[in-house]
Ligand binder design. Sequence first.
Ligand SMILES: [Zn+2]
Length: 689
Amino acid sequence: MFRISGITRTTLVKWISIVCVLVILLVSIGCGGSSTKDQQSNDLFVTPVWHSAAEVKAYTDQHLSEAEAIYQRILDVQGERTLGNTLVPYNDMLIEIDRVDGLSDLVTYVHPDATVREAAEESYERAEKLINDIKLDHDLYQAVTSVPAKGLDTETERFYTLLLRDYNRAGVNKDDTTRQQLAALYEGIVSTGKEYKRNIDEDVKFIEVSEDDLIGLPADFIESHQPGENGKIKITTDYSDYATFETYSAREDLRKELYIKYMQCGYPVNDKTLKELLDLRYQYATLLGYSDWAAYWAEDKMVKTKEVITDFISDVAGMAQPRMMNDLSELLAEKKLEFPEADTVYAWDASYYTQKVKAEHYGVDSQEVRSYFELSEVKEGLLGVTQQLFGVTINKLQNPDVWDDSVEAYDVFDGDQFIGRFYLDLHHRDAKYSHEALFMMSTGVQERRAAVACLVANLPGPGTAAEPAFLEYIDVVNLFHEFGHLMHHLLANKSQWVRLDGISGCEWDFVEMPSQLMENWGRDPDVLSQFAKQYQTGQPITRELVDKILQAEGFGRGLFLMDQMAKAKMSFVYHNQDPTNINLLDIMKEIKKEYSPYPHEDNTYFYDRFTHIGDNGYSSAYYTYMWSLALVKDVFTVFQANGLMDKRTAMSYRHKILEQGCAVDAADMIKNFLGRDYSFDAFERWIQE
Ligand SMILES: [Zn+2]
């Protein structure tokens, strides 16, 4: 997933959650660079780390006041409107807001101090409010449209075109009353979306078990789950606990109990919150003249219309259905070995029996696999691959200023040029964002600002030399995924116009392309062998084991695809109607009946914990993951032909796609890289292979 900053979009999005891994190759991640590099990073680096609510407020006041002052100066211009007196300061104003909104969004989700989180949330809402005011200010719009469009260079023309499109999609040409209504609705959408997600994050549930109940679980999991004062061991619905328990626990009753708890996080409070959110989005879209939010949200994506989305979902589901049935019968056969009378595979069986099928049919023992993925080795590996592939240098900061001791900071250089900083906040804490995501803290602008981002995850660890932390293979792939987003964000800094830089202005159904593409490096035997070493023996992972992992990974593809399409359909259908009398539960059950491999379990409410729906970037567009994956399959054919570490291919990809930000339409970027229009042929072959 991935979070995005809102300033550049007419939308409401602040982040991208993503999954990625780190591979290490050649580069040392030792301590900081030369003094020249330090100096450059000081010049460009402007995003602070907040430690108190007072700091949050002072910083926010400073930059939003500056933005407002620029705003006023643009309005006050007398005489002829020019690039210099209108568009250039407009860009400066956006940059001032960008200083606040991405950072405050992150802090809202990760800061250990509740007062800082609350102050940051207020900052975020203030920034969003200002963005909204700007988008709906007819005088400002008039000022922008009075700049002669003739004679602008290509990049400026692109900025200008997108700006006008943003204005139109925001409703700047509506009458005063309507614009006031739109502003109020927008504000409501932002705060209700936050509330929906907070309700999930703060509703951590748990089950209590005894030591004997931990049968099947890995030793390090048992080690890190000691009994409390009542002699019971707490297993929570936090993702790292949940995923491990569902995968390994041999106790069906306990897997079921935890599954039900997990599917109740956010319930029932989010019933009301989600309905409110759907209603606000519907009102917003219809006031702008669209039939519903799904239509509004599709318009500025690659798909352009919602009909393309419905066709895509049903096409993918149609192709995946037979494969899902095969997967399901394999899981049932596996379950029957334990329970000969069994006739149904339940949701809480899926990970457990999938893991068993992988171990028994493909010879993949997840616990053996984990022993190759010690966290610090994986991190170094990922950093190395990233450096080699994209030609950048990454230096770890010693004693960085951070919000929690477990957080690490890294500076990224392109040659001698400092281009950005990223933080790794990888481990679980109470009240922290409970999924994986890349938060874009600030957008890089050519020769002016460094890009800053934070990768947030909830991995085991950090571990110590005596007690190292190990990752599941899927976590490794997920880290590669998130690094794909990260490099996209850091490298898209070539334009002077912040609207064109970074990821946030890209078509949303394209943004999961670079991230999912990068997962492929986490699946390559040569790449993996450079950092995946068996913890006790130091032996690198063998090609045979990687092949087995990949074959095993292929198992369950039908289940995965159908599950993804079920989620895509849910997110779409909830937004594809007037929500006044919507029955969230009935719709979910209906969709599950058609798409889900597993029967619905009473007392579970996935729609109340479906983070992507609350997120204003994804909302009705969960299909974007699969759409982007379809693009990945096409783009990756070039790397397959030329070699994954082929410098020329990687640099061509970097220049023609990653660096472009949204200076070019996604379809054209891909065309420039491929030398032809994109196609979904490779994706179809992958579904059916
Ligand atoms: Zn992602």
